[in-house]
Write a protein that binds this ligand. Structure first.
Ligand code: ZN
Length: 339
């Protein structure tokens, strides 16, 4: 699946009538009721086994951001999965891929390409790799700095609360913020590594920094084939690491969805892959995806400016000072590294 893939239709979705969902492939759910038995009701023990009522209280009470902070402080929730999108990087100055007008595609006109998406198409890349490497030069580590949200995620990791961060971003700012690669699933790829398009050898992205910065198309040192950073192009498979979702999402006891419109599959569907008892927190400009049309009673939506939303959470967590210190320390480090 490439970047474009399928779009989720943001239709209003099924109405919430309170009736049981139909059993797939069965036209008549009633026939599944065994005669002479009482309707199934879960015992407390069974509910505990299934994880119902775990992490986030038991009732139908609507959760608030304050409740979520309390669940984290008490470590009732400590396997946090985060899904992040372009909205976490726009405060770093990185253009949004999809917002009309301000989006990356509209900024690509200077590259003289036939149509904007061509920059991520293999067929075009083999004919003219220059526009892609112009973008690569822009996004190689050093030009942009992580912002408050990236460092919040770093602190989440430092505190041992981050199970995994799934990002749609290719700017690498999660790595620059100091989140270790094994905590990351870079769903649309990364500039941190690169592969030869001919012999398939892998290289660290840094090996080609000099070429990219001096506007030379990088070539394989072994076979002279064209080198392509490991960014997922249209029609390409997602990275193997994306398969981690199969274990991560059922394990998660808290989900954050930050700065993403949840429009690109298969990334978008992941929000529904956590257990139904797990609180899901959306920090985003708008109400999107399942938060809009398939709400769960433990969903929390913090709408508006993303950084302000994260700041509100950080204050409720009592992490404000610690986070400021981390940002200060890391800024000094990056000043030395990229001076
Ligand atoms: Zn090669």
């Amino acid at each position: 699946m490439g970047l474009r893939s399928h779009r989720v239709t943001l239709s209003p979705g099924p109405a919430r009538t309170g009736r049981a969902a139909p059993i797939p492939g069965c036209a008549s759910p009633c026939s599944h009721r065994i005669p002479w038995t009482r309707p199934l009701s879960l015992s407390v023990a069974a509910a505990a086994v299934l994880g119902l009522g775990h992490c986030g209280g038991d009732g139908r009470k609507q959760l608030s951001l304050r409740d979520v902070a309390e669940l984290m402080r008490s470590r009732e929730c400590e396997r946090v999965v985060v899904m992040a999108g372009a909205g976490i990087s726009t405060p770093s100055g990185i253009p949004d891929f999809r917002s009309p007008g301000s989006g990356l595609y509209s900024n690509l006109q200077q590259y003289n390409i036939p149509y904007p998406e061509a920059i991520f198409e293999l067929a075009y890349f083999f004919i003219n790799p220059k526009p892609f490497f112009t973008l690569a030069k822009e996004l190689y580590p050093g030009n942009y700095r992580p912002n408050y949200t990236h460092y919040f995620l770093r602190l989440l990791h430092d505190k041992g609360l981050l199970l995994r961060l799934y990002t749609q971003n290719i700017d690498g700012l999660e790595r620059v913020a100091g989140i270790p690669p094994d905590k990351l699933v870079e769903a649309h790829g990364t500039f941190a590594t690169a592969s030869c398009t001919v012999c398939r050898r892998n290289f660290p992205g840094e090996d080609f920094r000099g070429d990219v910065m001096e506007d030379r198309v990088p070539r394989c040192p072994v076979c002279t084939g064209l080198i392509k950073p490991d960014i997922v192009f249209f029609g390409e498979e997602l990275p193997q690491r994306f398969l981690l979702h199969v274990v991560d999402f059922p394990m998660a006891d808290l989900l954050f969805v930050i700065g993403t419109s949840l429009e690109v599959e298969p990334f978008a569907s992941l929000a529904g892959a956590v257990r139904s008892s797990v609180p899901r927190v959306l920090i985003n400009r708008d109400l999107v995806g399942p938060f809009a049309w398939q709400q769960r009673h433990k969903d929390v939506a913090q709408l508006g400016d993303v950084v302000q939303g994260v700041q509100a959470l950080v204050e409720l967590l009592g992490w404000s000072q610690e986070l400021q210190e981390l940002i200060h320390k890391e800024k000094a480090k990056l000043d030395t590294r990229f001076k």
